[in-house]
Design a protein around this ligand. Structure first.
Ligand code: F6P
Length: 342
């Protein structure tokens, strides 16, 4: 048995831990051989491979990024893409494929499994934590830790200058990173994509925080939108899955706050620092377990499935279930943290 492995979409801390878990268990317990495909779906599409064996996965557990490389290549948009993937899997004698990715990568994996009969097992990853069917994705805990540390640091500089500090965090159309890091970091305002915000209300919270002689920290998710108006973007280019590049709302909001309150404001856009570097212990734990269970699914011939965390158990669910609907923040949960605003 030869198993192909690829990592697609935005990278995230913990990808290497999955690869290590898959290869270690696959070689040691099942005697499988592996082929790494480079740069997500580009690898099987173009037949670009990498040696993947136990020496190749030594020492990678704490390393961020992915030894396989990643990309947002969408084979469904490439002429003859599926045929080329099938031909290359045949050429390299790959019997099954483990696709580690988020909504887009797993969306392709579901189509390959359900419509084209390719033996695929999915592993969910994303710092955004927006995949249905799993309680958490790895990468999220690390991103929240990085954002929380940044907020802790911004408190002291904001207070020294009595300024507003607006922190823009990632998360695409889900507010999980903003909500968790904002709560953990003691932000005075948290704005998420799931609830449009009222700039006047934000300014009222900012003003009341100054009245209490503290400097306000406003955490804004990159996908958050004002009540009246559209998504605020610096750049409107699309990737091959049709996603726009988010970012810009933080800078816009700082300017609005300055204009409406007369207080000085600064913006910190955390950007890709949230995705880089070593994974947290929780993400290493989750990613490793996902890897061990993914190769077990291959051994069982349970294709078209994705491994998922439910409580403390790892279960298998149809890949299509994970991509059918985004997991967004429940309004009741957002309301719960509102007690700290202002
Ligand atoms: O999906 C993960 C993510 O980091 C989002 O939070 C963010 O909007 C996007 O990827 C950024 O993508 P890129 O690395 O292509 O700029």
């Amino acid at each position: 048995m030869r198993v192909g492995v690829l990592t697609g979409g935005g990278d995230c801390p913990g990808l290497n831990a999955v690869i290590r878990g898959v290869v270690r268990k696959g070689v040691q317990e099942y005697g499988y051989d592996f082929t790494g495909f480079r740069d997500g779906w580009r690898g099987p599409l173009e037949g670009d491979t990498l040696r993947l064996d136990i020496p190749a996965v030594r020492g990678i557990l704490p390393r961020g990024g992915t030894i396989l490389g990643s990309s947002r290549t969408n084979p469904l948009k490439v002429e003859g893409g599926i045929r080329r993937i099938k031909e290359n899997l045949g050429k390299y004698e790959v019997d099954a494929l483990i696709a580690i990715g988020g909504e887009d990568t797993l969306g392709v994996a579901a189509r390959l499994a359900d419509d084209y009969g390719i033996n695929v097992v999915g592993v969910p990853k994303t710092i955004d934590n927006d995949l249905s069917a799993t309680d958490y994705t790895f990468g999220f805990d690390t991103a929240v830790g990085i954002a929380t540390e940044a907020i802790d640091r911004l408190h002291t500089t904001a207070e020294s200058h009595m300024r507003v500090l607006v922190v823009e965090v990632m998360g695409r159309h889900a507010g999980w990173i903003a909500l968790h890091s904002g709560l953990a970091g003691g932000a005075n305002v948290i704005l998420i994509p799931e609830q449009r915000f009222d700039v006047d209300q934000v300014c009222a919270w900012v003003t009341s925080r100054f009245k209490a002689s503290y400097a306000p920290i406003v955490v804004v998710a990159e996908g958050a939108m004002p009540k009246d108006g559209d998504m605020i973007l610096k750049d409107s280019s699309l990737d091959s899955f049709g996603h726009v590049r988010l970012s810009g709302v933080g800078e816009w909001l700082s300017k609005e706050i300055e204009r409406r309150t007369g207080k000085e404001a600064r913006t910190t856009v955390l950007g890709h620092v949230q995705r880089g570097g070593t994974p947290s212990a929780f993400d290493r734990w989750l990613a490793t377990r996902f890897g061990l269970h993914a190769i077990e699914a291959v051994r069982d011939g349970d294709f078209g499935k994705m491994v998922a965390l439910r409580g403390t158990d790892i279960v298998r669910v149809p890949i299509a279930d994970a991509t059918a609907k985004l997991k967004t923040v429940d309004p009741a949960l957002y309301e719960e943290v509102g007690v700290f605003f202002g």
